[in-house]
Design a protein around this ligand. Structure first.
Ligand code: ADP
Ligand code: ADP
Length: 225
């Protein structure tokens, strides 16, 4: 578990500023949703937290430690992407284990982590399958499994449900929330979908044009839209 603190975070691409000095404090175990229209800077913000994008100004702290100059692998966080990033030629087990690529755990520890993640996600019977033999929801769970085996202090979700059909999207919202209740891992979830934000968030952060417009619980924002 971890706190994530963001101070005056800025991102520029050349002359264009796409994140304009945002401040945000995320508590241990909190499920925060960044919501706003396409292009408002949600994904860039998330990728800066992950360390996949350099920051142009400000500070990011994870559990009180400044991570501005740390590589992604040294931040102890894991990202779940929209397009699953699953390898078709590898089994479910190997896809999940890929989250531990280059980790120093022993083979048996790795196997144990993979089996534990698979059990939590209901994938135990599918470990030998190829992704092509899985449903969309099962593939998304594999992607989450790959993040889970790292036992990260925080999960970062970048529109993970956007490619799923409506029914599956609803089901995966519930599954991700259930997982969060079980693990209590601090989560930052990016979406352009207001219903997703309302139904999943402990706290919603509304972004517009690289700035934070509003922060509140779903109830607070529902009553003061
Ligand atoms: P969102 O996730 O809210 O859809 P993004 O964070 O992806 O928004 O993008 C924010 C803005 O930054 C957009 O205007 C986008 O075009 C711009 N942007 C993103 N990546 C780059 C890049 N590599 N170079 C230049 N501009 C970029
Ligand atoms: P290495 O950089 O030594 O290969 P990893 O095995 O941790 O380290 O990372 C494998 C791949 O996953 C790399 O391409 C890395 O950029 C990416 N990666 C590492 N950590 C994260 C993270 N928290 N979120 C998203 N991608 C990550």
């Amino acid at each position: 578990m971890a706190t994530v603190e963001i101070d005056r975070l800025v991102k520029r691409y050349g002359q264009t500023t796409v994140v304009h000095g945002i401040d945000l404090s995320i508590q241990d175990g909190e499920f925060v949703v960044l919501v706003g229209p396409s292009g408002c800077g949600k994904s860039t913000t998330l990728r800066m937290i992950a360390g996949l994008e350099e920051i142009s100004g400000g500070e990011i702290r994870i559990d009180g430690r400044v991570v501005n100059d740390l590589q992604p692998r040294d931040r102890n966080i894991a990202m779940v992407f929209q397009n699953y990033a699953i390898y078709p030629h590898m089994s479910v087990a190997d896809n999940i284990a890929f989250g531990l690529y280059r980790s120093k755990l022993s083979k048996s520890e790795k196997r144990q982590r993979v089996e534990q993640a698979a059990e939590t996600l209901g994938l135990s019977q599918l470990l030998d399958r190829r992704p092509s033999a899985l449903s969309g929801g099962q593939r998304q769970r594999v992607a989450i499994g790959r993040a889970m085996v790292r036992d990260p202090a925080a999960f970062l979700f970048d529109e993970p449900l956007s490619n799923l059909d409506a029914q599956l999207r609803t089901q995966m919202r519930i599954e991700i929330k259930r997982l969060h209740h079980r693990l209590g891992t601090t989560s930052v979830f990016v979406t352009h979908d207001q219903v997703e934000a309302m139904t999943m968030a402990d706290r919603i952060v509304v972004m517009r044009d690289g700035r934070i417009l509003q922060v509140g619980t779903p109830l607070e924002l529902y009553e003061n839209p």
